[in-house]
Ligand binder design. Structure first.
Ligand SMILES: [Zn+2]
Ligand SMILES: [Zn+2]
Length: 265
């Protein structure tokens, strides 16, 4: 087990950024978790958030996978942050996700090829390599990527400080390795887990490799009783129904994560 000596002695805060710009809507159209205000997991909404100065506090973005609801605002974030002579944001991703973004987003058609137009003194993007199971330390936190089961290569993250740890689940069908690893964590305080579809959408959830309240509950049961689970990634259309079905599970440890609210552990 890696030494914790270099990790922060403080707790960890998590904010699921709102993705409905200029309204109080709590619907989750796109995904970004802001960790301790400075590290982003996914870039679905962060490039539309606040001001360039506020976005500029984020120097590292870790991507779970290449789907649009997780990378939609990455092109804007990188441009918003660009200043000649200033270092740029580091985007951490697996090779598969990096290649997908190079081929389909930063390809000179959808968005400029940021690696080509940047210079060593004034870059637009720097990549960080994420390899499943290999932890990276960023700003006093350890992020361990774990492969989960989705339609493209996708990661979940174990996030640790000296004080506590969290699980940030990626988009995924039911999975086991994540929970095996999560059970080994010290002071695990909470899990953020997707609940994308209502229960009747069995076929759609299955082909798109997402959870429904029923399968969400089966994932919860793989962990010790009493651990708080925050449901995220509720599809905006049926969000109300998904929320009701989660409530019907009758488990007080399951809550729907409120975008914009800071959860401090
Ligand atoms: Zn996805
Ligand atoms: Zn998604």
């Amino acid at each position: 087990m890696a030494s914790n000596a270099s990790l922060s002695k403080a707790g960890i805060s998590v904010c699921l950024l709102p993705s409905s710009v200029g309204s109080a809507s709590k619907l989750q159209f796109a995904n970004t978790f802001l960790i301790n205000g400075t590290v982003a997991i996914d870039a679905g909404s962060i490039g539309f958030h606040g001001t360039p100065q506020e976005q500029g506090r984020v120097r590292n973005v870790l991507l779970t996978h290449s789907h649009a609801d997780h990378i939609a605002s990455l092109p804007m974030l990188l441009i918003n942050d660009y200043e000649p002579g200033k270092d740029c944001i580091r985007v951490w991703a697996t090779h598969a996700t990096q290649e997908a973004l190079r081929a389909h987003v930063f390809n000179g058609v959808i968005w400029p090829d940021l690696e080509e137009i940047g210079t060593p003194e004034s870059p637009f993007i720097r990549w960080g390599d994420l390899v499943p199971e290999v932890p990276v330390e960023i700003e006093g936190l350890r992020f361990t990527p774990i492969t989960v089961d989705h339609t493209v290569p996708t990661l979940a993250f174990l996030v640790e400080s000296q004080e506590c740890s969290l699980v940030i689940g990626g988009d995924s069908a039911p999975t086991d390795e994540l929970w095996r690893r999560a059970r080994e964590l010290n002071n695990l305080r909470a899990v953020f887990l997707e609940a994308s579809f209502p229960n009747h959408e069995t076929e759609l959830a299955s082909v798109s490799k997402h959870l429904r309240p029923e399968t969400f509950a089966e994932e919860v049961a793989k962990m010790p009783a009493g651990l708080p689970f925050y449901a995220v990634h509720l599809k905006p259309g049926p969000a109300q129904q998904i929320e009701e079905e989660l409530a019907q599970l009758g488990n007080p440890n399951i809550q729907v994560c409120v975008p914009g609210e800071e959860y401090v552990f």
